[in-house]
Design a protein around this ligand. Sequence first.
Ligand SMILES: Cc1cc2nc3c(=O)[nH]c(=O)nc-3n(C[C@H](O)[C@H](O)[C@H](O)COP(=O)(O)O)c2cc1C
Length: 362
Amino acid sequence: MSSCWGNHFKISLFGESHGEGVGVVMDNVPAGVKIDPQELLSFMARRAPGKDRTSTPRKEEDLPKVLSGMQNWITCGTPICAVIANTNTHSSDYQEMESAARPGHADYTGFVRYQGFNDIRGGGHFSARVTAGLVFAGGVCKQILAKKGITIGAHLLRVHGVSDTAFDPVAVTPETLLLTASSSFPTINAEAGEKMRVEIEKARLDCDSVGGVVECCAVGLPAGIGSPMFDGIENLLSSILFGIPAVKGVEFGAGFACADWLGSQNNDPFYMDEKTVKTSTNHCGGVLGGITTGMPLLFRTALKPTSSIGKEQKTINYITNEECTLKVRGRHDPCVAVRAVPCVEAACAIALCEILSSAHTL
Ligand SMILES: Cc1cc2nc3c(=O)[nH]c(=O)nc-3n(C[C@H](O)[C@H](O)[C@H](O)COP(=O)(O)O)c2cc1C
């Protein structure tokens, strides 16, 4: 198996949830970029677990140790390797799962695929712990892109019937995109955030979980980046976004809703804003024919409800092939979508670095 992504700007993620640590190797990062370590650490802290009841109580600080590729936080142009140690593991919680498959999780498929040799503890390499490396890489990429005038931001758009204020597809600003970076809960509207917290807590107390939708946007991208067919912006973004565990859907612009519209409703009339070409609705999410229009790049990612829940569920013992029941123990996020927000931003930043790198404009 390989957990490598990218053809030009490459990342390779490694590690298991309860092993020594997780991390990333990044190839073809341009030389001479000054990285702000505080900004990188606060980005990683947004993903780190154990902050409050909306996330798993497993407390990890997610402090990266950079082994190579940077000197005094300036990129050398050589491969960057960062390791994040696992410091808080309770492997005994997973003994039952060595034979009983968690419904909705990858225990059964992982067992079949790796003939039982995969590390099951904490979900092993299937665990979202591996996204710590993704977020390190994405944090570096976000800073590279910011120096080119490109800003990326995401927020929790929906949780169990509660909606946040959506990004304005034609007028989203860098300031709006940076709002969630400094808030304790990743919504634009604090009241909506409080209501989401209530829904998440209700599910947690009921030994259940909820899913959610993360909306992400990038502004400052010039028109004309990307390619048609298989190397389009949508293709590349979707490919890395589906690498985030629990992602079940990705839609761009108006997404699935436009399938019910007439062409006259969905078309996005062009106009001139002084000397700049703009479109008036951005229903296409900033992409036409796989190529950027110069309007905000806008997409949404759906995350399923956490599969590890404390309710008794029917399952199978995959060693004996017998039916059994399972109440999942261990420490779990009652709503994975909350901590997925920086993961989505990271995936977007890495994908944009790959696209710019392949166009020799990074
Ligand atoms: C930020 C984040 C945190 C997650 N936390 C948990 C968790 O605590 N418990 C769990 O069962 N799944 C969690 N997941 C999801 C699983 O890792 C995922 O469902 C599993 O690997 C199976 O992959 P799939 O859902 O993509 O098929 C999390 C996902 C993300 C993005």
